[in-house]
Design a binder for this molecule. Structure first.
Ligand code: C2E
Ligand code: MG
Ligand code: MG
Ligand code: MG
Length: 282
């Protein structure tokens, strides 16, 4: 990254810079066109509840159905969308689409809480609270069927402002979770003050949970701390039965991962909600 750091600092030049910039501008333009052409879709990954084994919550994950490249995963476009600011527009679309889907499932008699990822830049928009409130009202969705997933990066700018915004969202009745927990900078002071319903343990800790005693100790500590602070704990990236068993023994409340299912199109998820294949027991 090349930035003008002001007097006394050198700017440096990489030959790659122009190419990078050009391809980012092109990608940004293509995404904006793609959004207009309704090429973005949400897929839904189930979360399994430890107590009931039932499927009552899921995470909405955005994909780009590109006419030439096929289904493009967020790893290929989210970073650029965040850099250019397009994430704010995309995030508004995701919010509308996710809330519309959650409302449809509730109307069908198969309610499922939908968790939506909110980027730090989107969270910084003062209009976010009104947008959420309006979308809930417009689609007639009970607020508790919406969860917003935030990361510790929302604290970077103004922690007091972030706290006020979180409180306003929580006051709507929306559930809030802290995503990728353990990889950022949140202090225990914030965790105590923030109105969070859930902690999501980052999948890097889950990956070696069953082989690495240090990771197992960290996961155990996160679960105990979450419970002590009245939060539920979600494990992401559960891929192996041994990880699931270990997490169950540690008292983790929800499991998400390829062991159960990847994110699937809405239609497939609807069928799972309606069908008998609802219960996972491991
Ligand atoms: P995330 O919010 O931490 O989402 C979890 C990611 O882990 C998803 O990747 C999911 O497909 C993947 N995953 C789930 N289970 C497993 C598993 O068992 N093993 C492994 N290796 N991976 C698993 P995905 O869909 O590619 O999304 C990547 C990231 O992109 C997300 O991480 C999130 O930060 C971002 N993202 C996705 N959708 C949105 C969105 O609508 N808005 C925003 N702002 N960010 C999004
Ligand atoms: Mg997430
Ligand atoms: Mg995550
Ligand atoms: Mg993650």
């Amino acid at each position: 990254q090349v930035k003008d750091r002001g007097k006394g600092h050198y700017r440096f030049y990489r030959p790659q810079m122009n190419a990078d910039l050009l391809s980012r501008i092109q990608l940004d333009h293509a995404m904006r066109e793609g959004l207009k052409r309704q090429e973005f879709v949400l897929h839904y990954q189930p979360r399994v509840c430890m107590e009931s084994g039932e499927l009552r919550t899921c995470e909405a994950l955005v994909r780009w159905n590109h006419p030439e490249r096929g289904l493009v995963l967020p790893g290929e476009f989210i970073t650029v969308a965040e850099e250019t600011g397009f994430i704010v527009k995309l995030g508004q679309w995701v919010l509308q689409a996710g809330i519309a889907q959650a409302a449809a499932w509730a109307r069908q008699g198969t309610p499922c809480q939908v968790a939506i990822n909110v980027s730090a830049l989107q969270f910084q928009q003062a209009s976010l609270v009104d947008e959420v409130a309006q979308a809930l009202q417009q689609h007639g969705l009970p607020a508790h069927l919406l969860e917003l997933e935030l990361t510790e990066s929302i604290l970077i700018h103004d922690a007091e402002e972030a706290l006020a915004r979180l409180q306003a969202l929580a006051d709507l009745g929306v559930h809030l979770s802290l995503d990728d927990f353990g990889t950022g900078y949140s202090s225990l002071t914030y965790l105590k003050r923030f109105p969070l319903h859930k902690l999501k343990i980052d999948r890097t800790f889950i990956a070696s949970l069953h082989e690495d005693e240090t990771d197992a100790a960290i996961v155990s500590a996160i679960i105990q701390m979450g419970h002590a602070l009245q939060m539920q704990v979600v494990a992401e990236g559960v891929e192996q039965p041994e990880q699931h068993q270990r997490l169950r023994a540690l008292g983790c409340d929800h499991f998400q991962g390829f062991l159960f299912s990847p994110a699937v199109p809405a239609q497939t998820f609807s069928e799972a909600l309606q069908g008998p294949g609802l219960r996972y027991r491991g």
